[in-house]
Every structure is written in C-alpha cells, then in structure tokens.
Design a protein around this ligand. Sequence first.
Ligand SMILES: *Cc1c(COP(=O)(O)O)cnc(C)c1O
Length: 320
Amino acid sequence: MLQLPDYDDVCKAAERLKEQAHRTPALSSRTANQELGAEVFFKCENLQRTGAFKFRGAFNALSRFDEEQRRAGVVTFSSGNHGQAIALAARLLNVPATVLMPQDTPTSKIAATQHYGGKVVLFDRYHDDREQLCRDLSEQQGLTLIPPYDHADVIAGQGTAAKELLEDVGALDALFVCLGGGGLLSGSALSTRAIAPQCRLYGVEPEAGNDAQQSFRTGAIVHIATPKTIADGAQTQHLGHYTFAIIRRDVDDILTVTDGQLVECMRFFATRMKLVVEPTGCLGFAAAREMKSELQGQRVGVVISGGNVDLERYCALLSA
Ligand SMILES: *Cc1c(COP(=O)(O)O)cnc(C)c1O
C-alpha cells in the first residue's frame, strides 16, 4: 500500500517553505475576465525562485533529509525545471547535488543548473539507462534519489501553490492546473479538497501526450512514447503511482490542448499581462478559454506553472 501524502503534509511543507519560497502573486486581468465572462485568478509560479513551482517540492523533499542523507547528497535526473530546483534547494540546505542530464541538453540549461551549484553528469539518452545510472550513483555514493513528481514530499511541496492561491483569493468554482507527471496536480488536489471541496479541479496536458487523460478514463496508468509537443515540461510518458492514486480520487477531469492554443496563450500573457510564460505554463489557461460557456459568472483559478524558455525559442514560437 502506498502511503499517500495528505493536506497535513502540505501544511507542514508550507511551514518549511515560508522563508525560502516566494509567495507568488495571484494576478488578474480585465481582458481575461471579459473574454471568459468570469473572474479569473492567475497563480504566477513563473515568478517563483528558479522560474517554476518545482522549487517547492524540491526544497520540501530535501528539508526532510536526515544528517547522513544531507552529508552524502541528492541525485536526480532532469534536463528541465526539476534539475534546477534541486540544485538551488540543495545549495540552500548545504547538500551536494548531482543532476543527470542527456548529452544533447541545451548548454543554457546545463549552465543554469551549474550556476545553482549542481554537479551535472551527462549521459547518452539513446544508450544509457538513466534510472540505472541513478541507482548506481545512489548505491556507490549513498546519494538519495528525488524524482521529479512521484514522491510524497515532492507532491506535498507542490501543493503549497494552490493552498496559497485559495487562501489569497478565497474559494473558487474551478481550478485549472498544468499536468505532466502529476506532481503539481496531485498536490493541488490535496489543498483544493481540504480548503474548497466544491471547486471543480481540472488537469491539462498537451493533446499529443494525453496519457493522463487515458489513464484517468481507463483506471490504469497508461504509458506512451515521448510526445512531440512544444510543452517540454509535460513530455512525460506516464503518471506516477502516487500521483495517479490522488488524481483518480480527487480530480474532476483531465483536458487537453494543442500547441497552437499554447502559443496563443503565450502571446496573451506577454501582451496583456507582461508575463513571460513557457509553453507548458500555458496549459491551464488554454483549457479554461475552451470552457468559456461553462465558466460564465464563476470564480476561476489558473496556475501558471513556469516561465523558463530561451529567449530565442520564445521569439521563434511567437513569430511562427
Ligand atoms: C514540471 C512542470 C510541469 C508538470 O508538472 P508535473 O508535476 O510533472 O505534472 C508543468 N509546468 C512546468 C513549467 C514544469 O516545470
């Protein structure tokens, strides 16, 4: 039996994060309100430390290490926001961090992780088994593996974003959350069911990689090949055991959006709200826009999950 985290774990995570994570703003936009005919509140995790909500789960997980784990260090695999989050959280807590990344990771991402103090180990994504590499490292050097989403402390940490949103703006009728492996969505579910039990909760993933939607509807974790989408933070192949159990229990539905809809949202955030949002961070709002008729007159929350995108790529996506 899995020991699932609960809202009490989210509250403890919030205590640990108090001095370290930003309490990001919940912004609104008259243009968004008019377009949806609703009152929309955007939780801006693109303004979180390291540029994404992942800092919350990483810091919470590392805070729970005992002396021996702290001395030996942490290891993870991620070329994206989780790797940077682990590197920064580890530096703040004086824990050595090793981040495995594929050889073809953009140098800017490698540099960002090193900048936060992480030791980057490159691997060949076609020949090496990254999970085996991680296991070898943890066995040989005693490192503790903190995966990007399927971990109780990571989920509890991610849940603090929705907790803050509901505390700051009050009860909502609907909440839209970006979805990859489901850490953010399952954490949000723990907070939402505790604070605003009537709120409808939606996870949103790219149409090209709708494994979570299939899993939700069939009742078993569905595995897919790495999907082709501009939402690189949601190119996961399957949900985790913890995240699936919570999502199945607490979430109302899983929705999908296209890459084109994501680009339209990036444009909206840039021009109307002066926010740089990465493609994955647009998933929630893109789905809310499609549900206009059901949201009339309601109070709607949208989590903007991150803002890490190379400027060149950002410009290319917006000018295509
Ligand atoms: C990791 C990530 C996601 C997906 O989060 P999961 O917890 O894997 O579902 C969404 N948006 C951004 C910006 C991310 O970095």
